[in-house]
Design a protein around this ligand. Structure first.
Ligand code: MN
Length: 202
């Protein structure tokens, strides 16, 4: 059973002005679609066709560039669309808020740590908030389409929030101003979804 490109959970202009419709159209319809097609190609004849994407990534041979790049690209963008919402922004609540405070002292200090991880990831990559078994949260970043499910990447644990800092994610609207894009992302974070992922994976 082949992986399928998921539908966006909102209209492609729904995140404006923070993320523009043209970027969403190309990012989802071309980039994520491309990763999905190439992931299916890389899985043909591998014996992993029936595995979940999480199982594939957790057991990845990091020397398998096609599966690493396209499996990562498929998973990362699936998460990315889900953790944004036109009704997003604000701050988390409940157990996730407590875990963030425990790890970073305050939401503002977490925001600084996450923003720094996103801003200082050289070239293409992602910033993450991950949860480890037991409920501890941690910020990290990774290069290209790697993610913390893969062996030896980033902070380990399960990603519950991801920010794409490839230029294709922001260049049309923000050109080289990655920090402005990072700041805008905080206006669309779907904290209800991130909290649900925290509860499922802690
Ligand atoms: Mn992307």
């Amino acid at each position: 059973m082949a992986f399928e490109l998921p539908q966006l959970p909102y209209a492609k202009d729904a995140l404006e002005p923070h993320i523009d419709a043209k970027t969403m159209e190309i990012h989802h319809g071309k980039h994520h679609s491309g990763y999905t097609t190439k992931l299916n190609g890389a899985l043909e004849g591998s014996g992993k066709e029936s595995d979940t994407i999480e199982t594939i990534l957790e057991n990845l041979d990091m020397n398998n560039a096609a599966l690493r790049n396209n499996g990562g690209g498929y998973y990362n963008h699936c998460l990315f669309w889900e953790v944004m919402s036109p009704n997003g922004g604000g701050t988390p609540s409940g157990a996730l808020a407590q875990a963030i405070d425990t790890a970073y002292g305050s939401f503002e200090d977490f925001k600084t740590a996450f923003s720094n991880a996103a801003a200082t990831q050289f070239g293409s990559g992602w910033a993450w908030l991950c949860v480890q078994k037991g409920g501890k949260v941690e910020v990290c970043s990774s290069a290209n389409q790697d993610n913390p499910l893969m062996p030896g990447v980033g902070c380990g644990g399960t990603p519950i929030l991801g920010l794409d800092v490839w230029e294709h994610a922001y260049y049309l609207n923000y050109q080289n101003r990655r920090p402005d894009y990072i700041n805008a992302f905080f206006n669309v974070i779907n904290w209800d979804k991130v909290s649900a992922l925290y509860e499922q994976n802690k």
